[in-house]
Design a protein around this ligand. Structure first.
Ligand code: GLA
Length: 382
């Protein structure tokens, strides 16, 4: 894939020296929908990548070619604005705009971007593009940002330029993940550490529901707003920053609507599950880890309501298959991928049995991606 992107770069922009940035996707093991409420999350970088081949130009042209969309877009450094007709370009332009806002001069750039991260599958192809452009900008201009500054910049591009109120998990993990580890992030303090992933004969398998997620960003923004509202209500009596500052949410039950209470309960309980899950990893206790995955999914389905029939079907199916330890939706939900923790030797049977059943019920074929925890963009591009 990398070679294809490099070849496409040369075809579009001619020969001569250029650089290529490699950026992984992410899968979250547990800690869902709590990064924007100061919770703990436990993602990994995975072996699906975005490649960006690029070089600086002498003039102020910004020339972008998307390999996956087979589209070319051009503007200049004085006109970095939201593009209705080239949505993919906004993740690139948004990052350049954030560098500009920090006072950096944005040079003319020509680049080709593409890769094998499925789009709309909840594996954060968008954050991978943002981080990739952040790394690229530093390389071609000689700028050096601290890792956290770059991560926050990439997130702002998504919040402000693209307009999704996402938390910080995706950009964080895509930049700082390490192979054979999970990344534990405290999204309140932004401290982080690595937890060992000594998986023995186990593997993580992603099952892509292939469900269209047309309304997902509005549901996402709605959840972010409703838990903010819960924080506002609690603040009338107690000085908190986030829902994860609360130990026992039940004492506030009568202050909320039934729905807001369920949302808040998910946040508080999911946060505790992450702490337990890290303990499990540290003790290589994958049975209990898998159990926490199932609990997390149930909570996302019943309390937070960000699952869907397809994801629930895969999780229920998983419970009856030999060698499966746990399963849950990963990422924002409402479609996208289900993450399954399974003995490696049981993967072929899992796939052979699920694929026709799923096809029968939903009229489409799921895709299966066995994944490996890999280094984040910082370490891929040293
Ligand atoms: C999306 C967002 C993240 C996070 C997850 C849900 O991937 O970009 O910030 O909120 O959803 O855990």
């Amino acid at each position: 894939m990398k070679e294809q992107i490099q070849k496409a770069f040369t075809e579009n922009f001619g020969t001569g020296p250029f650089i290529t940035i490699t950026t992984p996707a992410r899968a979250n093991l547990i800690g869902e929908h709590i990064d924007y409420q100061g919770g703990y999350v436990l993602p990994i970088g995975i072996d699906r990548f975005i490649y960006t081949s690029a070089r600086k130009r002498e003039d102020n042209k910004i020339a972008l070619f998307s390999f996956n969309y087979n589209q070319y877009f051009e503007t200049d450094t004085e006109h970095i604005t939201y593009e209705e007709n080239y949505l993919w370009a906004n993740y690139i332009l948004g990052v350049l705009d954030e560098f500009r806002k920090l006072g950096f001069a944005v040079p003319g750039i020509e680049l080709t971007i593409g890769g094998n991260i499925p789009v709309g599958s909840g594996l954060s192809s968008s954050a991978a593009v943002e981080v990739s452009i952040g790394v690229l900008f530093q390389k071609i201009t000689g700028t050096k940002l601290e890792p956290l500054e770059l991560i926050k910049l990439a997130r702002r591009a998504e919040n402000e330029f693209v307009g999704v109120s996402c938390g910080i998990m995706d950009q964080f993990s895509i930049y700082l993940s390490k192979k054979n580890s999970a990344l534990l992030i405290n999204c309140k303090t932004l401290e982080y550490r690595y937890a060992p992933l000594q998986m023995g004969n186990l593997k993580f398998l992603l099952v892509d529901t292939k469900k269209e997620r047309s309304l997902s960003s509005s549901v996402y923004n709605d959840r972010v707003a409703s838990v903010k509202e819960a924080v506002r209500i609690i603040r009338q009596e107690k000085d908190i920053e986030f829902l994860t500052d609360i130990e026992d949410i039940s004492s506030y039950k009568d202050k909320f609507s039934e729905e807001t209470f369920r949302r808040a309960l998910h946040i508080v309980e999911e946060n505790k599950r992450v702490v337990e899950a890290v303990n499990c990893l540290e003790n290589s206790d994958f049975d209990s880890f898998g159990e926490l995955m199932y609990q997390s999914h149930k909570s996302l389905k019943e309390l937070y309501e960000v699952s869907c029939r397809e994801l629930d079907f895969i999780v229920e199916f998983s419970k009856n298959i030999r060698g499966v330890k746990g399963a849950r939706l990963t990422g924002a939900g409402m479609g996208g991928c289900c993450l399954v923790l399974i003995e490696e030797k049981c993967i072929p049977t899992f796939i052979d049995e699920l694929a026709p059943l799923y096809q029968q019920v939903f009229g489409k074929t799921p895709e299966f991606y066995p994944i490996q925890p890999v280094d984040g963009a910082l370490y891929q591009n040293i």
